[in-house]
Design a protein around this ligand. Sequence first.
Ligand code: SF4
Ligand code: FE
Length: 470
Amino acid sequence: MKSVEQYLASLKSRTVRLFMRGELVTDPIEHPLVAPSVRTVAETYRLAGLPEHRELFTAHSRFIDAPVNRFTHIFESPEDLTKKVMMQRVVGRFTGTCFQRCVGMDALNALYTVLHGGPYHARFVEFLRHVQREDLVLCGAMTDPKGDRKKGPLDQPDMYLRIVRRTKDSIVVRGAKMHQTGVVNSHWIVAMPGRTLTADERDFAVAFAVPVDARGVTLVYGRQPSDDRRAGCDIDQGNARYGGQEAVVLFEDVEVPLDHVFMAGETEVAAPLVDTFAGYHRQSYGGCKPGNGDVLIGASALLAKLAGVERAPHVRDKLVEMTHLNETMHAGGLACSSKCTKTPAGTYMVDPLLANVTKQNVTRMPYEMARLAEDIAGGLLVTLPAAEDFDHAEIGPLLRKYVTGALGSDEERRRALRLVETMTIGATAVAFRTESMHGAGSPQAQRMRIEQQGEFEAKIADAKRIAGIR
Ligand code: SF4
Ligand code: FE
């Protein structure tokens, strides 16, 4: 397994084509907007190297007969699923944001499960071995731009990633993938179709892996709220050390050698692949978001203490409510993991209904938690002057006097306020709240599946039996 230093060196050895605010970025790793997200992914390496975290963060891989980072592991037991969620909570709590490595882990597991027994299986296992041996970060790329939602892929071809040419030993792909978490900090992109496909949509049934710096791949960095603060004072960032990252990935006639092609025309595989990936990724949110929630609860409780309101009954009740919501999200993640089933591939699949319920909760509960945190934080959350004002010779001492509360210094209060600010309306609110509205599917995507999986007829039969209705 790689050390943090080896991970950073491996990122530097790539020649990624990255645009940000209209400019080509020459050193993506050191760039102030990117660096926090790199440090966050790096924690998945660092924590795996600590003895106290080994149990959760590493696993034995039978594919290479060696210990691997759990982010590259195939879930081959119920414990693997549970440990995955527990690990995600640890990293979420340690960083307070999105650590970007789960989409690739879930893509690996979905592809392994779905390709089993098919013509691409052996090829995929070779790729998996490479990923495990090199301890790589993968960007799982599923979301197509989709354009006009009334139209399908055939009516607007470039709105869905597709094969534009086939040669004897490669395919050439064109299109884009949107909202790609952590792609700039990844080694490989693993692309998959994002929807069910009909038999005539063969060119869109494409799954493959390409290095992030493959010819024809361009990344365009997504803006985040208050990202201008990334270049300034650390206090006003709220979480200066860590951050998440999303980018648009453009594929301009990218040539993919066949040994990294895992689907090329098999439209019938698209639906089970999307479904399997969605199951695993909806489970993931039951780990990372409660970890982030821990940080928001901690910051809110700290603010209450600093203002001297920690014993006020309504404040205590708000902290209890935040905890209740947070643990409900985590309970779903653990429940769908333990109520799992073995697949023909030998992997374990989460309970799909519980995974959908988990993710549905994650599209709602962080919003309510954010409301409660903002309520506890009070008006200063959005009216606090800039750090530079507190450093000013004339007004600084006055501001420090008036911002100090019952306990601690003005700086402690400002730091806690900025942490709540970034998690509720700033740069890391993207990860805790708004990204998770659509990541792993919109709330409506889960509700459709919940309706299908809710077994209403069986429940009607039970009700009739008990009520004595024949
Ligand atoms: Fe992992 Fe959560 Fe980030 Fe998705 S949003 S990559 S599950 S930390
Ligand atoms: Fe996500």
